[in-house]
Write a protein of this length. Structure first.
Length: 423
């Protein structure tokens, strides 16, 4: 330590002060500083581990004596004074330091827990490979009838949690002419260990987007006409990324980004109840949930609550993973319930098309008491109409209990019990 402005009086005092007293002063000051900063730095230590032991060890190491430390008695006293002053300053700024977070690449803190986050970006994607692709629907009168289940390998380089999404970058060009195409996000359809439970794979469920003029909505065309499948159509649009994914073959390279998303994560409490509403491929995050809860070797059997899923599709040929859900119902009859609405084949009580909210209405006497429990979480993924459909189902019951539905939902969101990804 340099001492550019020592007065003669200070020098004489240092000379008369016993070395042991100097050491004690330095120790006291350093330990005081450690005590003041303990809480401030405890937040940077692992959960449940305070910073005091490390700081006290550092303080102890600094008071081994002037000879061992290389400090003169006067410089040791200066250390003590500086440390004591720092303790006062530390006390004043303690609140500010508590708010400091250590930012880590590829990690985000959600509810006090670190989760994987954007390990790979659109400018630096991960080069994965396709393991398999399977069409899991049968042809109907819809032009976009085809939905595929695709398994891709990431070799443990792209870890994720149930409820998160990943991005896929197609070669392009996209509708704006960009090459490669702009990233498209897809909800992950596999639990964290993957379908094979090796933590090396990720699965997606993707509908092949096809629009044909005269057969539903078609704003513009992006294929050379005449189209092979629809030779008489004057406009045909094929989704750039969905076509890329649905055409993948085993061994094909695929560019992946992410993972991302915290809206649809599972609750930590194993006794929570989970109500899920999905339309079409919106079932993806719920497949990841249910495989974690009822299928995977490392996690099945730990869940103690009730999981109830409602799925809406246009045709019975469009039901997704139906055999998986039936098997889970047999294995966990008291913990898993599964109901679906097939809009073009089923009728609601008014004789009109049966949508997912109408199916929910058939069980409101069971569902409404569940929703009022603080341990019940509601998840929606798919078409935006589900939100208004939920109000249609539960609004009258809320009013009967003296509650206003929008305010009830607002409180659920505040409590972290209402999770919604709709479009």
């Amino acid at each position: 330590l340099s001492q550019p402005s020592r007065s003669p009086a200070m020098s004489r005092t240092d000379a008369r002060m016993p070395a042991s007293a100097v050491v004690a002063a330095a120790a006291a000051g350093t330990l005081a500083y450690a005590a003041c900063t303990q809480q401030a730095f405890a937040g940077l230590a692992p959960r449940g581990v305070g910073a005091a032991p490390q700081l006290q060890a550092a303080a102890a190491a600094s008071v081994v004596g002037p000879a061992a430390s290389g400090l003169t008695p006067s410089s040791s006293a200066a250390v003590g004074l500086l440390a004591a002053g720092a303790a006062v300053a530390g006390a004043r700024s303690r609140t500010a330091r508590r708010a400091v977070e250590v930012k880590k690449k590829g990690v985000r803190v959600v509810d006090g827990k670190e989760i994987p986050w954007n390990l790979f970006s659109p400018k630096a994607p991960y080069k994965g490979s396709t393991i398999s692709k399977e069409t899991i629907t049968t042809q109907s009168r819809l032009v976009n009838w085809e939905t595929t289940h695709v398994v891709m390998r990431h070799d443990k380089n792209l870890p994720y949690l149930e409820g998160q999404s990943i991005g896929v970058i197609a070669p392009g060009p996209d509708k704006k002419g960009e090459v490669p195409a702009k990233i498209r996000l897809y909800s992950i359809a596999s639990s964290a260990p993957g379908d094979d439970e090796t933590y090396e794979t990720v699965s997606l469920v993707v509908k092949r987007v096809v629009e044909v003029e005269g057969k539903g909505w078609c704003e513009h065309s992006n294929v050379a006409l005449p189209d092979k499948e629809f030779p008489d159509a004057t406009k045909v649009y094929r989704g750039v990324c969905s076509t890329h994914i649905c055409d993948l073959k085993a061994g094909d390279e695929v560019l992946l980004t992410g993972p991302t998303g915290a809206e649809m994560l599972l609750p930590e409490d194993p006794s929570s109840n989970i109500i899920m509403l999905a339309t079409g491929t919106g079932i993806a995050p719920f497949r990841s949930f249910l495989r974690h809860l009822f299928h995977d070797k490392g996690s099945a059997g730990k869940f103690k609550g009730l999981a109830w899923m409602f799925l809406g599709v246009p045709f019975s040929a469009s039901l997704l993973y139906d055999e998986e859900w039936k098997k889970m119902k047999v294995e966990y009859p008291d913990q898993f319930r599964y109901d679906y609405a097939i809009s073009d084949e089923m009728k609601n009580k008014e004789g009109k098309s049966m949508y997912v909210q109408h199916r929910v209405m058939e069980f409101t006497e069971d569902l409404w008491p569940m929703m009022k429990l603080t341990k019940t979480h509601v998840y929606m993924c798919g078409l935006k109409g589900m939100e208004s459909g939920l109000q249609e189902a539960f609004g009258p019951l809320a009013e009967k209990d003296g509650l206003v539905w929008p305010e009830f939902v607002k409180q659920m969101k505040k409590d972290g019990r209402y999770h919604c990804e709709v479009y």
